[in-house]
Design a protein around this ligand. Sequence first.
Ligand SMILES: [Fe+2]
Length: 149
Amino acid sequence: MVHKPSEIRSVILAEHAVLRSRLDEIEAALERSAADGTSRRSLPGQLTRFCEEFLRHIEHEETILMPVLADIDNWGPIRIEQMDAEHAGQRRTMDELSRRSPDPDFAGYAATVRAFVREIRADMESEERECLSRDVLRDDTTNIDAFGG
Ligand SMILES: [Fe+2]
C-alpha cells in the first residue's frame, strides 16, 4: 500500500520509465515497418498491449495520485480537472486507434501511431512537471489555504 507523496511519486515515475521504453519499441517497430515491411504484422498487437498497459497506468494514477493532488494545495481542483480531461482524451484516442488497421494505408496508420506516441510522451512530461515534481508531491506539505486568512 502506497501512502507518502514521495512513494506515490516514485511509483508513477517508475511506470512512466517502463512506458517510455515501450514507446521506444513501438517507434523502432514503425521504423522497421517503413524501411522493409518487417514488424507490420506485429505492430497492431504491440500497440494493443501498450494501450492495455497505459490504461492500467492511468487507472493507477486516478487511484493513488489524484486523491493526494486533490488536497495538496489550492491548485488541486485544477490539476484534477486537467488530468481527468487528459485521461478522457487518451481513452478516446486509444479506442479510435484500436479500430485502425495498417492496411491498406500503412503511411496514414504510421502517422497516426507516431502522433499518439508523441502525445503520450508530451503528457508524461507535463505530468512530471505539473503534478509529480518534488515541489508538488512533498511529504512535509501542509495544506495552506491562501484564502483562509
Ligand atoms: Fe502518467
